[in-house]
Write a protein that binds this ligand. Structure first.
Ligand SMILES: C[S@@+](CC[C@H](N)C(=O)[O-])C[C@H]1O[C@@H](n2cnc3c(N)ncnc32)[C@H](O)[C@@H]1O
Ligand code: SF4
Ligand code: SF4
Ligand code: SF4
Length: 356
């Protein structure tokens, strides 16, 4: 059954160009890419987004700071009353940008993908130092900072120390995601279900007893049917329609798990965002799953709803199939679901899990 809510947040990927080129990038971004949303297209999506109810925009890419007109983008988003998040790798960040960020941006998200050696291996030599010094500058002037870590085989061993490092800097929040094997990331880069479970348990035991100022927020991957935290598959964004992803070439999706497929709802370079979101015929493709997740008589179906439709479609070519990550005794959880280790709260939205 569909549980349609109002649109809450837009992921606005304004370019697929990037000045570094990480080994795990799901967008396979790099210096050779040149898809960009024009300022007019950005303004129009943000205007329509407000009409549909959206209050939050996440400006990302590729690397948004490679755009010379980033100032205009931020001012447009701010002028429309959005809570503005800017995600950047900090490679091109300079202190000259601080006044603009203070005026227009509510939160800066940046990536730390390990301690220095593994971060620089995954990202670019010198990147760890640039990112950590930029984080310090932003925090000094009172900007909220969120660190994101894409956990993978190359940095798995670093994670407990990295969480400590980030918390000691008094960053506002630290999000830990397991990488999705899309773009340049491969299945071999992904840590196993059991390794992930052990990591989350270890971090949970370490942090629940401590009075941290940083919210440590983890993806869950899988849950066991008897756990006190339960995932409700009906909060999948395909059912709630509360989150839109707009790519630099104009395609619109309800979840980034589908961005490598042709199942885009429409293209904002051809028709208005409001029309796409409200009336796209492609919603019927996603609705197939709502009506028929084919998991036989599994007793977890009411909770799990067959797992993540994105994983089903990507790995089996059939959106109605059971999530291929399903493991005996465990059920697969939406990659967007997070556990806030400090507050012991669980939610489908990173932002909701912070507020609860
Ligand atoms: C695509 S980047 C864009 C913003 C900016 N360039 C950056 O790296 O922070 C947004 C976030 O997605 C993460 N990411 C990239 N590839 C990923 C993957 N395969 N799975 C999960 N997260 C990924 C990055 O590490 C980063 O934290
Ligand atoms: S993750 Fe960010 S910094 Fe790395 S290649 Fe992708 S867009 Fe660029
Ligand atoms: S994905 Fe697995 S646990 Fe979930 S409903 Fe299907 S069979 Fe059951
Ligand atoms: S990641 Fe999967 S389960 Fe989560 S919102 Fe997207 S399609 Fe739904």
């Amino acid at each position: 059954m569909s549980t349609i809510e109002r649109l809450e947040e837009i992921d606005l990927n304004i370019t697929n160009r990037c000045n570094i080129g990480c080994s795990h990038c799901l967008f396979a971004a790099g210096p050779e890419k040149d898809d960009n949303l024009s300022l007019g297209e950005i303004e129009s999506v943000l205007e329509d987004g407000r009409k549909l109810g959206a209050e939050e925009v996440h400006i990302s890419g590729g690397e948004p700071t490679v755009r010379r007109d980033l100032e205009k983008v931020l001012r447009i988003a701010d002028s429309k009353g959005y809570f503005v998040r800017l995600q950047t790798n900090m490679w091109a960040f300079t202190p000259k940008m601080l006044p603009l960020i203070m005026e227009t941006t509510d939160e800066v998200l940046t990536s730390l993908d390990g301690l220095e050696a593994s971060h620089d291996l995954i990202r670019k030599p010198g990147s760890f130092q640039k990112t950590t010094s930029s984080i310090d500058r932003l925090l000094e002037v009172g900007i909220r900072v969120v660190v994101i870590t894409a956990v993978q085989r190359k940095n798995y061993q670093d994670i407990p120390k990295l969480v400590e490092f980030v918390s000691n800097r008094e960053v506002n929040a630290h999000f830990l995601f397991s990488i999705t094997p899309l773009g340049r990331a491969t299945q071999e880069d992904v840590v196993s279900v059991i390794e992930w479970e052990k990591l989350v348990e270890k971090l949970y035991e370490t942090y629940k007893a401590r009075d941290l100022s940083t919210d440590v927020v983890c993806e869950l991957h899988h849950l066991r049917g008897d756990e006190s935290f339960t995932f409700n598959g009906a909060e999948c964004r395909l059912y709630t329609r509360n989150h839109a992803v707009v790519l630099p070439d104009g395609r619109v999706y309800p979840c980034s798990m589908f961005i490598t497929t042709d199942k885009f709802l429409g293209n904002i370079k051809k028709e208005p965002f409001e029309e796409i979101w409200s009336n796209s015929p492609v919603w019927s493709f996603y609705d197939n799953r709502i009506n028929d997740p084919s998991c036989g008589n599994c007793k977890l179906i009411a909770l799990c709803k067959g797992g993540c439709p994105g994983y089903s479609y990507f790995f089996t070519g059939d959106i109605t199939k059971c999530d291929p990550r399903c493991e005996p005794g465990m059920y697969p959880v939406c990659p967007s679901w997070k556990l806030n280790l400090r507050k012991a709260t669980l939610s489908c939205s990173t932002w909701r899990v912070m507020k609860r």
